[in-house]
Design a protein around this ligand. Structure first.
Ligand code: 13P
Length: 252
């Protein structure tokens, strides 16, 4: 089964509305001839609707960085899946390590969010990854196993047909340290076999598994050359359209 690569930019808490719109339009112009690859950007909640409107009809797809699992109600400060859908959002990043680390996200809340996303037709990008200590203690696979099994608990292959996994080793995020080719290769192979064990061969072969953690124009080609790497989730290097396009066009 062929998996169309996805190169996604997570803009985290960067850019005001006008800055986000400008970068998105610049990127859409630079991407106008890109083929055979999906491009997505995830601006802040505040900018997402304007950004979506400004790149409508272009090659650039829109993601959100989080959602709340309830449909609506007295949940001050939260945003629902329906609200994101109405703003033309297609993807939603769930369980990013920064949300786990700073905002109390757990595998249980991640699971509820994945369910909410799939029910409304948003494509979930489930982020998983071990800390430096966990890697040193050789707990990487155990941690990933738990994050995937608990994060997707109670969901079936049908509901997960648009699932994307993003392996983001915490120690490689924003540090300039990239996991080695062997480390990424081992983990991505492991994740695909885990999906097969937990769900089905079909789901395992159709699910895109992205790598994230200090992806840059200089290392993207090697990373994308790994068999089970189907794209990248890029933080810092996605903030500048000229830099990000060099990642997106790694193959040209
Ligand atoms: P950096 O590319 O800045 O390391 O961030 C990765 C990331 O967290 C993407 O979600």
């Amino acid at each position: 089964m062929s998996r169309i690569p996805l190169i996604a930019g997570n803009w985290k808490m960067y850019k005001t509305g006008p800055e986000a719109v400008k970068t998105a339009i610049d990127l859409a112009n630079l991407c106008s001839k890109v083929q055979g690859i999906e491009v997505m950007i995830a601006p802040t909640f505040l900018s997402v609707q304007h950004v979506a409107e400004s790149v409508k009809g272009t090659n650039v797809k829109i993601g959100a960085q989080n959602l709340y699992f309830e449909k609506q109600g007295a949940f001050t400060g939260e945003i629902s899946g329906d609200m994101l859908k109405a703003a033309d959002v297609e993807y939603v990043i769930i369980g990013h390590s920064e949300r786990r680390q700073f905002f109390g996200e757990t595998d249980e809340s991640v699971c509820k969010k994945i369910k909410a996303a799939t029910q409304i037709g948003l494509k979930p990008i489930l982020c998983i990854g071990e800390s430096e200590t966990q890697r040193e203690e050789e707990k990487t696979f155990e941690i990933l196993d738990k994050q995937v099994s608990d994060g997707l608990k109670g969901l079936g292959s049908d509901e997960l047909k648009n699932l994307v996994l993003a392996y983001e080793p915490v120690w490689a995020i924003g540090t300039g340290k990239t996991a080695s080719i062997d480390q990424v290769d081992d983990v991505h192979q492991y994740l695909r076999s885990l999906l097969e064990k937990l769900f089905s061969k079909d789901l395992a072969s159709q699910t895109r598994i992205l790598y994230g953690g200090s992806v840059k124009p200089e290392n993207v080609k090697d990373l994308m050359g790994i068999k089970d790497v189907d794209g990248a989730l890029v933080g810092g290097a996605s903030l500048d359209a000229n830099k990000f396009i060099n990642i997106i066009t790694y193959n040209t």
